[in-house]
Design a protein around this ligand. Structure first.
Ligand code: ATP
Length: 506
């Protein structure tokens, strides 16, 4: 129907037009990479958070939640390594004056080579038909093999350079690959420099000697510094987890792609504390469990993939991303990291407080290992919005824009629509509204022709429309219209609540 760039533009425009996402401070021309959630957006966002919270906290006896402050003692960030190492390599193009992340420039270059491989596969698929064996093709075709080798070489150079903080080598790689600025087409690059992503501010008045503190760049540290408080007061036994949803702040070098990369965003993180040596078992467990969570939303398995990290962060001994196919390609949606005992040991050292767990089964104390799952609320929101945005050609030749959101996450579950504004239909409709609004977000509307009202509900993703007509007054039935099939069935008013509950559960 349309290319992906077009689709992405439409999704962004739709998000504004239908009250999902507004640019922050729009009347002052906005603030880069900061966004506000509007009346429908906030419902979707809250539903995403609730769905995550239920699956992580309510469904696991050994996981509890907390809500820690955004401000933390500044030593937290020294201990965690963020003061010294939470930076991205940046590079400027001297002609366009645009700033880029050096690693992202190289990764985009690699994505182009991957695109070439995918094209070869498509071509061969066409040629060989049913006899096509993709795995064999990928392992034997000379052009594919040459491209795979190229990617391997580039990755080795990139991660080698970044791993040893050799910024000159990182720049040389960009020059050797002939990467040009996407804006100016020029190859006139500055040196690569490290740029710390933490925002800082002052706490206290300067007269008393104010302290420099940071806006947290991840929610995880609030969990680490509290893990023993939670363990003791909750009488938790290892293995156990602590979950948290909250804001995080990063002064991203390049902020593009709408709410994919923001400077103020929200994370849903869970730290799972395990016995040293058990971490790989739990890492595999959480990889699988988190992928099942995504599958449960029905956005097609082929839109997800794992991407194991080659370059591990300073705290990790294994890490993978769950990537989602956004309109601009496969990108990280969630991270799953085996963080070893790095953070807790560092906090022990910097605070001079023991952060050990006494394991009654082993009769010994140790610093637990940690496996974390970390997903951005906003990225999940964008995944849902871009996947569910569809333009459908209808039989009568018209088109409708519909958000096929999973019913359980839709901002409104049901719209209640009297067919006309008279004959007692609004009164009947309001009686139904009064019954349902305790259980569901309901939308009541009596203005405009019914077809127009259905379209408006389609555009905000409301899965069910209840229409009250003249027959309703006679036999206490209504029609319920399904957003996706547009089919209507007649049901009794007393059954509405149960029917909707069943449909939402799927
Ligand atoms: P990226 O490589 O895209 O910068 P990251 O690896 O730095 O992401 P993590 O530190 O693993 O990200 O953070 C966990 C999750 O938080 C990410 O998977 C993502 O969903 C979300 N996230 C991170 N940075 C941002 C951001 N700037 N805007 C929105 N969400 C973000």
């Amino acid at each position: 129907m349309q290319n992906n760039e077009d689709k992405f533009k439409k999704v962004v425009a739709h998000a504004k037009e239908y009250g999902f996402v507004f640019q922050s401070s729009e009347i002052y021309d906005g603030l880069a990479a900061v966004y506000d959630y509007a009346q429908n957006g906030v419902e979707l966002k809250n539903n995403i958070k609730e769905y995550w919270w239920k699956s992580m906290v309510q469904m696991h006896e050994n996981i509890v939640g907390i809500d820690t402050a955004i401000f933390m003692h500044p030593t937290t960030w020294k201990a965690s390594g963020h003061v010294d190492a939470f930076s991205d390599p940046m590079i400027d193009n001297k002609d366009s004056k645009k700033r880029y992340r050096a690693d992202v420039l190289v990764e985009d270059y690699i994505a182009k080579i991957e695109g070439k491989i995918a094209k070869e596969v498509k071509k061969a698929e066409k040629r060989f038909g049913d006899a096509f064996n993709e795995a064999e093709f990928l392992n034997t075709n000379p052009r594919v093999l040459a491209n795979k080798e190229k990617i391997e070489d580039i990755n080795k150079r990139l991660y080698g350079a970044l791993g040893s903080n050799d910024l000159e080598a990182a720049k040389q790689l960009i020059i050797d690959l002939g990467i040009a600025c996407p804006v100016s087409g020029s190859k006139n690059w500055s040196d690569v420099r490290q740029f710390n992503l933490m925002f800082s501010t002052q706490m206290g008045s300067t007269a008393d000697g104010a302290n420099e503190i940071y806006l947290r760049p991840e929610t995880a540290q609030g969990i680490f510094v509290n893990y023993l408080n939670v363990q003791k007061t909750g009488r938790m036994k290892i293995p156990f987890g602590i979950a948290q949803i909250g804001k995080a702040f990063r002064n991203e070098i390049v902020a593009r792609q709408f709410i994919f990369r923001m400077r103020e965003f929200e994370q849903m993180e869970m730290q799972f504390f395990v016995r040293p040596g058990d971490e790989m078992k739990w890492y595999e467990y959480w990889k699988e469990t988190r992928m099942q969570w995504h599958d449960s939303l029905g956005m097609s398995e082929e839109n997800y993939r794992f991407h194991d990290h080659e370059k591990l962060a300073h705290y990790a001994n294994a890490a993978t991303d769950i990537e989602f196919k956004f309109p601009f390609g496969f990108k990280e949606l969630e991270g799953i990291h085996s963080r070893t005992n790095f953070d807790l040991s560092a906090h022990e050292e910097h605070s001079n407080k023991k952060l050990r767990y006494f394991d009654p089964e082993l009769n010994e104390s140790y610093v637990p290992y940690v496996v974390e799952t970390s997903i951005g609320v906003d990225r999940m929101f964008l995944a849902l919005l871009s996947h569910s945005y569809n333009e459908e050609k209808l039989e009568d030749g018209s088109t409708r824009v519909v958000l096929n959101l999973p019913a359980k996450l839709a901002p409104y579950k049901v719209a209640i629509l009297p067919l006309t504004k008279k004959d007692g239909l609004p009164e009947k409709a309001r009686e139904i509204l009064a019954e349902l609004k305790m259980d569901y977000m309901c939308y009541y509307e009596e203005k405009d022709a019914i077809g127009k009202r259905y379209r408006r509900q389609d555009a905000i993703g409301t899965p069910f429309c209840i229409t009250v007509d003249h027959q309703s007054l006679e036999d206490n039935t209504v029609t319920i219209r399904d957003r996706d099939t547009m089919k209507q069935e007649r049901i009794s008013i007393v059954d509405i609540n149960a029917v909707i509950a069943l449909k939402i559960k799927g």
